[in-house]
Design a protein. Structure first.
Length: 111
């Protein structure tokens, strides 16, 4: 009986650790004031992901010029699971689908 209790406790601890480790995703927003476009993204490493965008490694933002365009970066949420981050990012895309006065939201398939 004691062994069962210990195993349940170990299983609970492992589950809590896995949950904590999975909450490393962030939702970010890029606003290109030059092109009047907004992009919502999800990443474990936002600075690295933005570097990928700047190096034209992502299809959605290939038309942006990170050296010439006036681009603002905002981290909206951090410490999320991948699923929660994806849900939030798509929620923001839908919320801003009509755009912000004069800005267009870039819709992506995402995660």
């Amino acid at each position: 009986m004691a062994d069962d209790s210990i195993m349940r406790l170990v299983d609970e601890i492992i589950a809590e650790i896995r949950e904590a480790e999975s909450k490393i995703w962030s939702v970010y927003m890029l606003i290109n004031h030059t092109k009047k476009e907004i992009y919502f993204g999800v990443s474990k490493d936002v600075p690295d992901r933005i570097d990928q965008h700047a190096d034209n490694q992502t299809k959605a933002l290939k038309h942006w010029d990170f050296e010439q365009d006036n681009i603002e970066v905002k981290i909206i949420h951090a410490g999320l699971t991948r699923a929660d981050a994806s849900t939030k990012a798509h929620g923001y895309e839908a919320q801003y689908a009509k755009g912000i006065k004069g800005y267009k939201v870039i819709q992506t398939a995402g995660i």
